[in-house]
Design a protein around this ligand. Structure first.
Ligand code: ADP
Ligand code: MG
Length: 253
């Protein structure tokens, strides 16, 4: 389907154990979808499999970005196709500053030898950093090295705002954030919302969805989605707890 992130019957194993089971999800560009689910159900596995992580083996299925198959492609090709990933546990990259990291990612998408407007780049970088209430000194710090949880997540959102992907998957962007950082990060995500971007927000808690109001909520258990609905589903889940989800999964089998 054009203008969608379309995942169909995706089966993925890690360390010889199957985690995703006929996982299906379609996210139209312009929408924000939330995936909620208990720990260990395969939410991060989904993110890593889509990003092309070598430890996650696709057994079968498809994942199309505006019609283009991304499964089996190298991570950098997937990124260039327009998928952005904010991992639950972002890596530290000692020796590489945030500014150089983002600049390299942007330049990798340009034709070889194309001129790069450094002045415009820094102007844009600084305006996004201001919006995320990040100190300018951040640009010269090494990516994620010694960052607090909140700083790591802000750095992820800064990358997303600068790279302007077609689809973004944010894996537990709320974990480790205090209420102020949660609001700043949510404001950043909300600022990025628009017709050109589809967003998948993975979260364990309802709390994030008070700030980033999703168009659709999906509940995941046992490696697949067991219930989909509007934002009220997140409230229902909060109220009934994850034991309810386990019963849903049993009845879906
Ligand atoms: P969630 O993000 O929903 O909490 P994960 O996708 O991280 O769940 O994990 C799903 C299951 O896959 C868990 O049982 C986890 O232990 C296992 N798993 C994930 N990654 C690996 C890995 N690299 N090696 C071995 N097992 C893994
Ligand atoms: Mg996870």
């Amino acid at each position: 389907m054009p203008d969608t992130l379309d995942i169909q019957k995706l089966n993925v194993s890690v360390a010889k154990t199957q985690i995703l089971r006929d996982f299906c999800l379609t996210v139209p560009k312009g929408e924000v979808h939330a995936i909620m689910g208990p720990n260990g159900t395969g939410k991060s596995t989904l993110a890593k499999a889509l990003a092309g992580h070598p430890d996650y083996e696709t057994l079968s299925g498809s994942a199309r970005l505006d019609g283009e198959e991304i499964l089996g492609q190298a991570p950098d090709a997937i990124a260039r196709a327009g998928l952005f990933m904010a991992f639950q546990y972002p890596s530290e990259i000692p020796g590489v500053t945030i500014a150089n990291f983002i600049r390299a990612a942007l330049q990798a998408r340009q034709p070889k030898g194309a001129p790069f407007d450094a002045k415009a780049f820094y102007a844009r970088l600084h305006s996004k950093m201001d919006a995320l209430k990040m100190d300018r000194s951040f640009t010269s710090r090494f990516v994620n090295e010694g960052f607090s949880g909140g700083e790591k997540k802000r750095c992820d959102i800064l990358q997303m705002l600068m790279l302007e992907p077609k689809y973004a998957i944010l894996d537990e962007t709320d974990s480790g954030l205090d209420i102020d950082a949660l609001r700043i990060v949510s404001d950043g995500v909300n600022a990025a919302r628009g017709p050109g971007l589809g967003i998948v927000v993975i979260t364990h808690y309802q709390r994030l969805l008070e700030h980033i109001v999703p168009d659709r909520v999906h509940v995941m258990h046992g490696g697949r989605i067991v219930r989909s609905g509007g934002r009220e589903l997140a409230l229902e889940l909060e109220e009934k707890g994850y034991d309810w989800v386990k019963q849903l999964d049993a009845s879906a089998q």
